[in-house]
Design a protein around this ligand. Structure first.
Ligand code: FES
Length: 248
């Protein structure tokens, strides 16, 4: 992981030059361009059911362009098959186009600061072990607690949680190549959101650009109340893309 400013606009410019982009289609799919690698990523739990790591699942063949289902109803998941039209999908984007740092609350610790934008939560629960990332941040003068707080925040796929060095004000961010992962959650027996990694530019259906970030999660169950971002509703509606990993 790296210690970064948390500002990905330079990355966005480079990514756009390379052709990487995701565009939200009005009441339709996510249109992906730039030959972005696509794979499944599965949440690994410990014996107590706590989320502790990620493991790779199925990898998809490289394609220059593809359309990912956003309504949750495609018969060819993860790709769009036009089902959004049959079901009259309402894909209205309700998320505020406000930069992360303006919507996040800050929690101070002796060595770290934790920022938290709760409405971006994708409920992957990496922030629960060890008493929680908030408590670990409060205890960050202890090197072990500090290390665990950084690890937990970096495992948060949606970027709801970001840990910062208190002195330098630099964010700890995982090193990601631009790529896309489809999250599976065997512990909850549900399929989760689309994880954009590595500063991929994201454009709304009206043509405005969301803030480019190192990690964001997009709804693919169709139920989020904070579209295009995941808000954890897939856990309530039992979204299932057919992946074997959630049938353990
Ligand atoms: S995938 Fe998480 S709310 Fe839809």
């Amino acid at each position: 992981m790296s210690n970064k400013s948390g500002d990905y606009e330079d990355t966005a410019v480079a990514a756009e030059k390379a052709g990487f982009k995701v565009t939200v289609a009005k009441n339709g799919p996510y249109l992906v361009s730039g030959n972005l690698p696509l794979k499944k990523e599965i949440i690994v739990s410990d014996k107590d059911g706590e989320s502790v790591a990620w493991c790779d699942g199925e990898k998809y063949p490289d394609r220059d362009r593809y359309a990912l289902c956003r309504c949750g109803k495609s018969g060819s998941k993860p790709f769009c098959d036009g089902a959004h039209e049959d079901v009259g999908f309402d894909g209205n984007e309700m998320a505020a186009a406000v930069p992360y740092n303006k919507q996040a609350a800050a929690f101070d610790g002796p060595e770290l600061v934790l920022t938290d934008a709760q409405n971006l939560c994708a409920v992957t629960r990496f922030c629960h072990p060890g008493g929680g990332t908030w408590r670990l941040t409060q205890r960050s003068s202890d090197p072990e607690a500090k290390k665990q707080a950084i690890q937990e925040a970096c495992n948060c796929p949606s970027g709801r949680l970001v840990v910062w060095d208190r002195k330098t004000r630099q964010a700890f961010e995982p090193d990601f190549e631009p790529s896309i992962s489809l999250i599976e959650d065997p512990e909850k027996k549900v399929s989760g959101p689309i994880w954009l990694k590595g500063g991929i530019p994201l454009e709304s259906s009206s043509g405005t650009r969301y803030e480019t970030r190192n990690r964001v999660t997009l709804c693919r169950c169709g139920g989020s109340r904070n579209k295009p971002f995941c808000d954890g509703t897939h856990c309530e509606n039992g979204f299932d893309d057919g992946d074997e990993s959630i049938r353990k």
